[in-house]
Design a protein around this ligand. Structure first.
Ligand code: B4P
Length: 191
């Protein structure tokens, strides 16, 4: 299994670039944002709790997300590998992922960290909000909170992977093609 974590602040291009990566490298796309939004749409009690957190720009509790990730991985256990998009977002999730992949004799082969300045993130999210209807993309205060949560809770995940030699920074500013080319170069130079 070849496993990639695509990492970066909200609006850095994780979901956008994941679509291209899965096609080129034949990987399965596991987006925790998509899994959580699907639960939200189902109208379940769990979905309602999730909606209240996401719509304020806060993270969903680790155990809830981990349960969804495990179920998804088991469902696709025979794949060549996964791209984990938006997961892990806390050091607890990173530690859990390492243990879970070890059960499959697998690991995270590379973490691609998309680097984009905060002002650019803001612009991108607001312009997606204007067309997507995503509540968390439409309000300036919520976007600011998401970026703040990223700095306080998610950035420490970088050190976890740097310590394991799995971290690779990628400049996330430029056209979609430019960024994709940089990503492919980084993946191709791994192992
Ligand atoms: P996500 O769905 O992961 O949302 P995101 O961070 O906004 O990234 P996304 O992948 O959707 O957007 P992208 O950057 O590609 O998470 C949503 C919420 O779910 C979180 O806030 C949290 O509440 C919860 N959640 C998810 N995972 C969790 C976890 N593990 N633990 C706890 N809670 C969790 O694109 C953004 C925009 O930028 C798009 O419009 C795109 O077209 C544009 N764009 C992309 N690349 C560009 C480029 N190069 N130039 C210009 N625009 C670009």
């Amino acid at each position: 299994m070849f496993n990639i974590v695509i990492f970066g602040p909200p609006g850095s291009g994780k979901g956008t670039q994941s679509e291209r990566i899965i096609e080129k490298y034949q990987l399965v796309h596991l987006s925790t944002g998509d899994l959580l939004r699907a639960e939200k749409r189902s109208g379940s009690e769990l979905g309602k709790k999730i909606m209240a957190l996401i719509d304020k720009g806060n993270l969903v509790p680790d155990e809830m997300v981990q349960q969804m990730v495990r179920a998804f991985v088991l469902e696709h256990a025979h794949t060549n590998g996964f791209i984990f998009d938006g997961f892990p977002r806390t050091v607890k999730q990173a530690e859990w992922l390492e243990k879970m992949l070890a059960e499959f004799n697998a690991e995270v082969n590379v973490l691609l960290a998309l680097e984009v300045p905060d002002e650019e993130l803001h612009k991108r999210l607001l312009s997606r909000g204007a067309i997507s209807g995503r509540a968390d993309d439409q309000d300036d205060k919520i976007i600011k909170n998401r970026i703040k949560v990223y700095h306080s809770q998610t950035m420490p995940v970088m050190d976890f992977y740097k310590g394991r030699g799995q971290y690779k920074g990628v400049n996330g500013v430029g056209t979609l093609d430019d960024v994709f080319e940089r990503i492919c170069r980084t993946i191709d130079n791994t192992n």
